[in-house]
Design a protein around this ligand. Structure first.
Ligand code: ADP
Ligand code: MG
Length: 326
């Protein structure tokens, strides 16, 4: 088994609020192997983005902080690093692409300027070589008219083109780890497919590990080797992509799969998970999913189950699979 590039252990991330500390991440464990694409999936608000911002040490300040746990990346403990040490890892060994590329691109600089700025930090290239490398990156991500785009400003490009530019920027430093947080959610379906294909082929060519965050199980099916399902700041299931589709164990994972639009026949009713994700200040007793769970038993209402490996390579946090030959 290839060794882990990223190993998150018992990560607790909290926000200081007027009504006290709120645990946004409540003991996350995740591991990502070299060259692997790991999907992180869950409904909006469950803590996916905060997981990526914790890894990057870019939590909203001054109220967001890592309260406990370890983030081991390539044998370094990220939570112990100083700000300058972390800055040298960010955009170098780890880079990130966001849902909305406009937030990551600076409107007043040309695309060329911005990619060259990334190259400057990480490579010592002459001006002409830098421009060449930059145009090469723009071509690599499938941008037509790469030479023109080099001189253009973000607002002159479409959303799909901007997303490609951001991928070009993120990959210019040849990161070991790429964190992609809903990278295609804001795009048309056809552009979405192209961008995903692009990420996949770049991952193959460069052996980059990818943490792919999405609420879309279709994206997971298309892209990921393994998947972790998240609910209210906890991982509830973690296994291979094949297992999650063929044999989902957690009732929440089953609900997510059942409520997929593509999963229903014409005339059939869309099955939803009943109820809403509770707010952080209103977390249920016992298993956080218990109030919405159709398979809830007494124990679920009082005790939180552990994330147990119930079969080789298949972990689930659910009382239904404890002390039982299911
Ligand atoms: N900047 C912020 N300020 C206050 N609360 C936030 C902020 N960002 C996220 N949260 C809260 O943290 C929780 C997890 O959010 P997030 O990680 O963004 O969810 P996801 O990415 O899974 O949709 C949510 O309850 C959200 O309201
Ligand atoms: Mg998010």
């Amino acid at each position: 088994m290839p060794e882990a590039l990223l190993e998150i252990q018992d990560l607790v991330t909290s926000f200081k609020t007027t009504s006290g500390l709120q645990r946004v991440l409540d003991g996350i464990n995740l591991s990502l192997r070299r060259g692997e694409i790991l999907g992180l999936v869950g409904e909006s608000g469950c803590g996916k983005s905060i997981t990526s911002l914790s890894i990057m040490r870019l939590l909203p300040q001054p109220y967001g902080f890592i309260e406990n746990g370890k983030i081991l990346f390539n044998d370094k403990e990220l939570t112990d690093l100083s700000i300058p040490e972390m800055e040298s890892i960010r955009g170098n060994e780890i880079s990130m692409i966001f849902q909305e590329p406009m937030t990551a691109l600076n409107p007043v600089f040309t695309i060329g300027n911005q990619i060259e700025e990334v190259l400057d930090i990480h490579q010592d290239l002459k001006k002409r070589d830098k421009k060449e490398k930059c145009i090469e990156m723009l071509k690599l991500v499938g941008l037509p008219r790469a030479k023109d785009v080099y001189n253009e400003y973000p607002h002159q490009l479409s959303g799909g083109m901007r997303q490609r530019v951001m991928i070009a920027m993120a990959l210019s430093c040849e990161p070991r780890l790429l964190i992609a947080d809903e990278p295609t959610t804001a795009l048309d379906v056809t552009v979405q497919i192209q961008i995903l294909e692009l990420m996949k082929s770049l991952q193959k060519d460069m052996n980059t590990s990818i943490l792919l965050i999405t609420h879309d199980l279709g994206v997971i099916a298309e892209m990921c080797d393994r998947v972790a399902v998240m609910y209210l700041g906890k991982i509830v299931e973690e296994t291979t992509t094949v297992n999650i589709f063929d044999n989902p164990l957690h009732p929440y994972s089953q609900g997510l799969l059942n409520s997929r639009l593509g999963n229903i026949q014409k005339g059939e009713k869309l099955i939803c998970i009943p109820g809403m994700v509770p707010t952080l200040s209103d977390k249920p007793q016992g298993c956080f999913f218990s109030p919405r769970c159709s398979k809830c038993i007494d124990r679920c209402k009082t005790d939180m189950p552990e994330l147990n490996e119930v079969k080789p390579g298949h972990k689930v946090r659910c009382w239904l699979y404890v002390d039982e030959d299911y």
